[in-house]
Write a protein that binds this ligand. Structure first.
Ligand code: FEO
Ligand code: CA
Ligand code: CA
Ligand code: CA
Length: 623
């Protein structure tokens, strides 16, 4: 019975007290505020920070250790062959750990009421492929269909079992009941208001309800009922020839979503008509969604939830509102795009897991407007309301969702500095939004929520929902951190009021997570272009005297980002994905073309999941 474990609804009472407007039955607001202060006092981080580094090494503090959990090519299903980097085949790759691991989460086993910190499932995204690092002497012109098929099978997700032994080491368990690869070939369903719409029908799927696969799965989330949510992000780059689409509504939407006019970033359209917009103009409308599936059931059919909108979904994070409706937060990662929240019509049922199966198929999608006075509005994307009418090109709710970007722009939502991950703090109930950077913003289009022109370092916003209610349509917001080097006044940093000279320099916040004490953990993507160090992991208290005191825990290898991070249930292990090690280099006959030798000391580089833990098994946050 899975429902039991996932029944906790974190911090609803606390949030109400902090917002000063709600009280839980029998508990005074003062008592709740006292307990919030107690939690904050306890949130201080005690690890000795490391410094920026350009070494080709994963650096952590002296009393921490790093383990390799799994890497590209390792077996996932029981029948997976041994990895042979000199003979990649589509069939082998469909059974092995995929490329460029990004978001990951931990799903405890057995799924009982008490979460087991030592045994669970890892679900992990494989965002994209680097053919120049996967094949020796690769070039696009020489790419065969079999190579394209390897790439298609290296995308998607992996699900596998992990267990920690008495010495504290984690190991994957290949095969077993749960081992599963999801790829760009896995059959999926489109569900929700846009499913079946004419714009979603193609030559191979006249129903508009059946899709092959998922692509560019960047960040994601875990529902309270124990399913995976994964966001399809930069799906546009797999398609080609938007210039061959005749002028009209389809072309307009493709333009808004940046579909490539000639060849895209990948040569796949040479081998598959579905990636050629001139031949299958609607296939691209079947990507850019949030996909949900059950990691505990390897036969479950993934569903693309159209109610949550179509854009370059960074991830999708769920929070249960006091009345039981669920809110799903998701950013659209492109310069000047928007931050969104979906609120379900139905309520979460913690007693009956199956009752939540299609909760994400009906509800209201909102987009954020950050007002300069620190208030905010969630603007509903509802067909017929305001400008979302046929006169403006929106003939139905399905069209509002397929062209979410156009609808959000028509409503006057705030144009943001690349919305990446959004996560809810389990202690204070606030929502944190990572905005990675935006070098295209000028003085003319600055606003209070995106306050820096040429924002090279990115920032993080802290959002408080009205009355602490995640289904609210109003919110309050403030700047939590303006990233950069606090010792360089030209960067214009801000660390929640903390002394900038003492905070660690960081840039390009991307994926974020929380420990159970409410400290924010930040993974960066793109630091080497602005600061003298590789990407890394940073932690910062969100409450208490050290609110804003950023410390660096981890620095990753050359060319890589530590793309995503999550704690096991007792916070003693931080699982981290090392994505695109060696990017910028290539695997050729010349060893000097390789910029990193992670993780094996030789080509090929392998995207890898690592574990970071304290040497004596204490919580990573510090004992
Ligand atoms: Fe795949 Fe927005 O990072
Ligand atoms: Ca990301
Ligand atoms: Ca996250
Ligand atoms: Ca990233």
């Amino acid at each position: 019975m899975l429902g039991g474990f996932f029944k906790s609804i974190p911090a609803v009472a606390l949030m109400g007290a902090q917002a000063g407007a709600q009280e839980s039955a029998g508990v005074s607001a003062e008592a709740l505020i006292d307990s919030a202060k107690e939690a904050a006092k306890d949130s201080r981080l005690t690890f000795t920070p490391i410094s920026l580094s350009r070494e080709d090494a994963v650096n952590v503090p002296a009393d921490y250790k790093v383990g390799i959990l799994i890497k590209w090519g390792d077996p996932i299903t029981a029948d997976a062959p041994a990895f042979d980097p000199n003979n990649l085949t589509p069939e082998a790759q469909s059974k092995q750990f995929g490329y460029n691991n990004d978001w990951l989460d931990f799903f405890p086993l057995p799924a009982h009421d008490v979460p087991n910190p030592n045994h669970g499932l890892i679900a992990v995204n494989h965002e994209y492929t680097n053919p120049e690092l996967m094949w020796k002497n690769w070039n696009a012109a020489g790419q065969t269909k079999a190579m394209t098929d390897v790439e298609l099978n290296a995308h998607g997700l992996s699900v596998f079992e992990v267990i920690r032994d008495r010495t504290g080491n984690w190991s994957p368990i290949p095969g077993g009941r749960y081992g599963r690869r999801i790829t760009a070939f896995t059959p999926m369903e489109l569900t929700g208001p846009a499913a079946g719409h004419a714009l979603l029908r193609t030559g191979t799927d006249p129903t508009g309800r059946r899709v092959m696969g998922t692509l560019n799965n960047c960040a994601g989330g875990k529902t309270p009922w124990g399913t995976v949510l994964t966001g399809e992000e930069n799906f546009h780059q797999y398609f080609a020839n938007a210039n061959a689409v005749p002028a009209g509504r389809t072309k307009d939407i493709h333009t808004r979503y940046g579909m490539p006019n000639a060849a895209g970033g990948y040569p796949w359209s040479r081998h598959y008509d579905r990636f050629d917009l001139g031949k299958e103009p609607n296939e691209a409308f079947r990507f850019g969604w949030v996909v949900e599936f059950d990691p505990y059931d390897p036969n479950s059919v993934p569903k693309k939830r159209t109610a949550i909108g179509r854009f370059r979904h960074e991830g999708c994070t769920i929070q249960v509102a006091p009345d039981g409706r669920v809110a799903a937060y998701s950013g659209d990662d492109e310069r000047f795009q928007f931050a969104y929240k979906f609120v379900s019509t139905g309520r979460y049922n913690h007693l009956d897991r199956a009752a939540n199966t299609d909760l994400l198929d009906s509800g209201t999608l909102y987009v954020a407007k950050f007002n300069d006075d620190g208030t905010g509005d969630w603007l509903p994307l509802v067909f017929g309301a305001g400008p979302l009418t046929a006169a403006n090109g929106f003939a139905s709710q399905a069209e509002v969702l397929i062209d979410t970007r156009g609808a959000a722009a028509a409503l006057g939502a705030t144009r943001m500095d690349r919305p990446e991950d959004m996560e809810v703090n389990p202690v204070n109930g606030k929502v944190y939004l990572a905005l990675t950077n935006n070098t295209s913003r000028t003085d003319r289009d600055k606003d209070k929520a995106n306050p820096r022109a040429n924002n090279r370092w990115g920032h993080i916003l802290e959002i408080t929902e009205d009355n602490g209610d995640h289904a609210a349509t109003k919110f309050f917001w403030e700047i939590f951190i303006l990233c950069g080097d606090g010792n360089n006044p030209a960067h214009g940093t801000f660390f929640a009021g903390y002394d900038p000279a003492k905070a660690a320099a960081l840039a390009a916040p991307d994926n974020i997570t929380f420990d159970s004490k409410g400290n924010l953990w930040i993974a960066t993507d793109g630091m080497p272009s602005t600061l003298p160090g590789n990407d890394g992991i940073f932690a910062v208290p969100t409450d208490g005297q050290e609110r804003g005191f950023v410390r660096q825990l981890c620095s990753t290898v050359v060319g890589a980002e530590s793309a995503s991070l999550v704690f096991n249930p007792d916070d003693t292990t931080l699982f981290v994905t090392i994505q695109h090690p060696g990017e910028g280099g290539a695997w050729t006959d010349n060893p000097r073309d390789l910029t990193s030798t992670f993780p094996d000391g030789a080509a090929p580089n392998k995207p890898t999941i690592i574990t970071v833990s304290k040497s004596r098994g204490n919580p990573v946050v510090g004992s």
